[in-house]
Write a protein that binds this ligand. Structure first.
Ligand code: FUB
Ligand code: ZN
Length: 609
């Protein structure tokens, strides 16, 4: 292990460019849009835990509290940056409802308190500790944003109660929650309060998962679903429900650092390697099947039926970031960037109001409509984003993620500053202010002013970048260019952006003979809206030449080239001929697909060889 410490987003202001616009959209549109949809669906009403007789027509759901908690966390992050009276008032009302309904013992769960008092801590897959964990994260965020302790103290009482039930009395009917989350939340609660008991409880849950006789499999008799098939330290592959997996791996990485636990670190490394080298989509997305919303097996990455949940990509950045804190290696920050610009952003409409939960890499509306009409074949993801889902975990996850994206920029180790991501920002540290100026990802020119006090800077050279230049001498190590500095120093880094064509391992059979197109960190797709239907009949040229055009709505460049298309023939089968026509082809960023109505879309495109 070679640990570094993350510089928190709280110290950073994103000043300009792509991410400043995204944060503005998040604050001005998305946070309120999610609030409105959660209000319409009674998620906020549920917090006061009124008896069912007082609200005929709706009932609370087992994980509504987690939806609210993620929203509260996101609002706290927005408020950390600057005042927003409307969001603050809405958040305070929700917090006061939670505090008023919290029981004497410290328990709070709007489903159980109303629907199943007698079944508290009896049903492993009912998300009680998952909701509690999200509430703890929200409380930590609220405390840090406001300096006020009431929400934090309330959630500490809840954590104390959970400790009493799960550790002291061992009176719950399960040992670990079916949906991990509380583990990483307890580490954050420990960091915010210094209370050892919370760290002990996090360790307890991590040590016990897959390692006790009380916890039964909760889905299809398959212990992998909740990462229960082996003690976590012995696991080597990314398994089961992909969001659950990434949350527990994040907690493992946290605890590896806190406890200097090499065994846990080694397990995390193996799992990360397997997830990213054999089970991750080129967009950074995770989860190859809707059955259990899960990983399947190596190289199984179907495009049309990809589950690829937005939350899983978000959770992957949490895991990768924690791995980065254990060893500064660009393989972690590259994955964060891949998810940032692709698998996460695709979950969010360009107008900020609607969301994808599943993010497929291929859409065929004609096929999908026929499958739905005839009730044949497989489950297919929806083709257009919606404002709220019954299971609406992804929208508030995006709110908190975008508001705290500054977390990914820097970390430090004594006098070394690590620069992981590129966005215009000002960051206040004890050593002075770091200023980063760039138009990235629209160009690769990056200026970083490092204050006096740092003696070394390590800047990431992204995996997609084949050529770069630096204004100072450097040495490469694990994807970072290490530069010795003295006094305030301006680092000028130029990353050569170019269009790159990526192939897949041949074991990803459905991608054989096809390429995905990338420009900088962004993966592109083609849509019917620009290129007409039957996208699989399109072939990129042997050596395609691309022109770039800035797209105001996307905030990045779109690509244009000329390609070949098979000319359709009559009949089901016919003599194969070279019947192709030349066509203009427009590629848009994958994250921008389905913003103009349902449309055929593919990421993996045939190419003439
Ligand atoms: O179960 C709670 C959340 O809803 C999960 O994290 C998501 O995958 C979705 O199932
Ligand atoms: Zn989700």
């Amino acid at each position: 292990m070679n640990v570094t410490n993350q510089i928190s987003f709280e110290q950073t202001r994103i000043t300009d460019g792509f991410w400043a616009k995204k944060q503005k959209l998040n604050e001005e549109v998305t946070a309120k849009a999610v609030y409105d949809r959660f209000s319409d669906t009674h998620r906020f009403d549920a917090l006061s835990c009124k008896p069912l007789s007082e609200h005929p027509g709706w009932e609370p759901h087992i994980f509504w509290d987690s939806d609210i908690a993620k929203w509260l966390e996101g609002v706290a992050y927005i408020l950390t940056m600057h005042e927003n009276e409307e969001l603050r008032t809405l958040a305070e009302k929700a917090i006061s409802d939670i505090l008023n309904a919290q029981t004497q013992e410290g328990y709070f769960n709007s489903y159980y308190q109303v629907k199943e008092q007698e079944n508290r801590f009896r049903i492993r897959n009912n998300h009680e500790l998952y909701c509690a964990g999200h509430l703890m994260e929200a409380a930590v965020a609220h405390y840090k944003a406001t300096g006020e302790r009431y929400f934090l103290d309330a959630m500490c009482r809840y954590a104390d109660y959970i400790y009493q039930i799960f550790v002291t009395e061992q009176s719950a009917e399960f040992v670990t929650c079916g949906h991990p989350e509380i583990e990483l939340a307890l580490v954050r609660l420990y960091d915010a309060t210094g209370t050892e008991k919370y760290l002990e409880l996090a360790n307890f849950f991590v040590d016990q998962r897959g390692n006790n006789k009380k916890d039964a499999a909760i889905y299809d008799d398959e212990p992998r679903y909740a990462q229960d098939h082996l003690p976590l330290r012995e696991q080597t592959t990314a398994e089961g429900h992909s969001v659950r997996a990434m949350y527990i791996y994040s907690a493992m990485a946290d605890l590896a650092k806190k406890n200097a636990d090499e065994a846990l670190f080694m397990a995390c490394k193996k799992i990360f390697e397997n997830a990213t080298q054999k089970r991750m989509y080129i967009t950074g997305a995770l989860g190859s099947t809707h059955i259990g919303e899960a990983f399947t097996f190596d190289y199984d990455l179907p495009n049309r039926t990809a589950y690829a949940e937005t939350c899983a990509s978000i959770a992957m950045t949490f895991f990768a970031q924690r791995m980065l804190a254990l060893e500064p290696d660009a393989k972690y920050s590259d994955v964060i960037e891949r998810d940032l610009y692709n698998g996460i952003l695709s979950g969010w409409s360009l107008d900020g109001k609607s969301f994808f939960y599943e993010n497929p890499l291929e859409i065929d509306p004609y096929l999908a409509n026929r499958i739905t009409a005839t009730k044949t074949k497989e489950h297919l993801p929806i083709m257009e984003r919606v404002e709220v889902f019954d299971c609406s975990c992804c929208p508030p996850n995006l709110v908190r993620f975008i508001a705290s994206v500054g977390n990914f920029l820097y970390s430090e180790q004594e006098e070394t500053l690590f620069v992981h991501q590129y966005m215009s920002a000002e960051t206040k540290t004890e050593k002075g202010t770091i200023v980063q100026e760039t138009n990235y990802p629209n160009d690769g020119v990056i200026t970083i002013t490092v204050p006096d006090g740092y003696r070394r800077a390590a800047v990431r050279i992204p995996g997609w970048c084949r050529e770069f230049s630096l204004n100072l001498p450097y040495e490469m190590k694990n994807g970072y260019a290490y530069i010795n500095i003295s006094g305030e120093t301006q680092i000028q880094l130029t990353l050569e952006l170019e269009v790159r064509l990526y192939a897949s391992n041949l074991q990803v059979q459905e991608n054989a003979g096809k390429v995905a197109v990338g420009y900088g960190p962004i993966i592109y797709c083609i849509e019917e809206k620009d290129n007409g239907p039957l996208l699989k009949s399109i072939y990129l040229e042997k050596k395609p030449e691309f022109k770039r055009e800035y797209c105001e709505v996307c905030g990045v460049q779109i690509l244009k080239t000329r390609a070949k298309r098979l000319i359709p023939q009559d009949g089901l089968y016919y003599d194969a001929e070279d019947a192709m026509e030349e066509i203009p082809l427009t590629l848009i960023p994958y994250f921008a697909f389905a913003n103009r109505g349902a449309s055929e879309m593919i990421v993996w495109i045939h190419k003439l060889m």
